[in-house]
Design a protein. Sequence first.
Length: 69
Amino acid sequence: MTRRVLLYPGEDGFVVAEVPSLPGCISQGKTREEALENVREAISLHEEVLRERGEPLPEDRVELVEVAA
């Protein structure tokens, strides 16, 4: 399964990687590549915990929409 990941700069200069379809699943890295590597591990662990609890894995239904402000 693939998941959409939001990448954005953190206040500390790190790249933050957040998974909207898995609330609370967030990681970071010094670089974009490191953030993506770290969030892959976070996704795997998050999904493992859901399975152990007998909870369903949420589908990735995130839609990216740009809105003019």
